[in-house]
Design a binder for this molecule. Structure first.
Ligand code: CUA
Length: 326
């Protein structure tokens, strides 16, 4: 972001930016000419010793100028705006189409019903908060809302469109360069409005397939019968009283957060490394035996329970590009 109020990094934002600058410069020129004229006339023709101020009425040339010039300006701006809007509202030939759902207070990105996004249970990839797209690709977003009016806006990439309950709207986006772009819900939608963020992650074209694979693999782990059992076991035990796993009912604050436990370098305050099946099993089986004095008790879980929980814990990894990861 430079010193300017906008920094377009995609064709949508660029179209808006171009018309912004044209109108801004024209407005400055008008301001200088009009205010300059008023100040000049005020000084030059003011009442003073040796000069009497006079009233004038009618001046064909001046009146023609200040009628014709603004008319031409307004018509030019209309034509220009129409051209830009036609471009910004051209939803034809997108490379990819996503359904974007706003709800109090997050965004859900439903990836297209294509084989590459298909999950084990036949459903298709849905990711919250983060939108991943390939660079230089026209991506069509079909917006909807579950509750109140929200508005999708990623300033650098441009385009701002409301997500209205019961009335589908659309917007296309495209990014010039790979990177992570911040966006924000732009319609006041309740107390959580300010937290309704959008992270747009733009991938190199050849790396996008890798991201899809990772995301599909992670999503599959969540619905895989083997790990689902572990997850349910974990959430039914006292584990949740001490540990937090984001996205679940486990919100305990006493023990370490486990949201990304499988991406950590070690557990048990560094005593067990790496975080793999063997070490997690050893730890959960009898924590005080590994680390005397630890607050984590031996819950006397069965080998099956431990196995299921460990299989689930091993899926708790950082997503690619995820912020706040160990
Ligand atoms: Cu959603 Cu503001």
């Amino acid at each position: 972001m430079g010193p300017w109020p906008n920094d377009p990094l995609g064709p949508q934002a660029r179209a808006a930016s171009e018309i912004y600058w044209i109108m801004f410069v024209a407005a400055i020129i008008v301001l200088v000419i009009v205010d300059g004229g008023i100040i000049f006339a005020g000084f030059k023709f003011r009442e003073r010793p040796g000069h009497t101020a006079k009233q004038f009425h009618g001046h064909n040339f001046l009146e023609l100028v200040w009628t014709v010039v603004p008319t031409i300006m307004v018509i030019s701006f209309s034509v220009l705006s129409y051209q830009k809007l036609t471009f910004m509202n051209d939803f034809s030939n997108p490379e990819m189409t996503l359904n974007v759902e706003g709800q109090q207070w997050s965004w859900l990105f439903n990836y297209p019903k294509e084989d590459r996004f298909k999950l084990l249970d036949g459903s298709y990839l849905i990711v919250g908060e983060e939108l991943h797209i390939p660079v230089n690709s026209k991506v069509l977003l079909q917006l909807s809302s579950k509750d109140v009016i929200h508005s999708f806006w990623v300033p650098n990439i441009g385009g701002k469109k409301d997500a209205v309950p019961g009335r589908p709207t659309q917007l296309w986006i495209q990014a010039d360069q790979p990177g992570t772009y911040k966006g924000q819900c732009f319609e006041f939608c309740g107390t959580g409005h300010a937290d309704m963020l959008i992270t747009l992650v733009v991938h190199q074209k050849d790396q996008y397939a890798t991201w899809i694979k990772d995301a599909v693999t992670t999503a599959n782990r969540q619905i895989d019968p083997a790990t689902k059992k572990g997850r349910e076991t974990f959430l039914s035990l006292p584990c949740t009283g001490c540990h937090t796993v984001k996205g679940t009912t486990a919100v305990g604050k006493v023990g370490p957060e486990l949201t990304h436990v499988a991406s950590k370098k070690s557990i048990a305050a560094g005593l067990l490394s790496p975080v793999d099946e063997a070490n997690l099993t050893k730890w959960i089986k009898n924590p005080p035996a590994v680390k005397p004095g630890t607050l984590m008790p031996n819950l006397n879980l069965s080998d099956d329970q431990i196995h299921d929980i460990v299989q689930w814990l091993l899926t708790l990894k950082c997503q690619p590009n995820e912020a706040k990861c160990p």
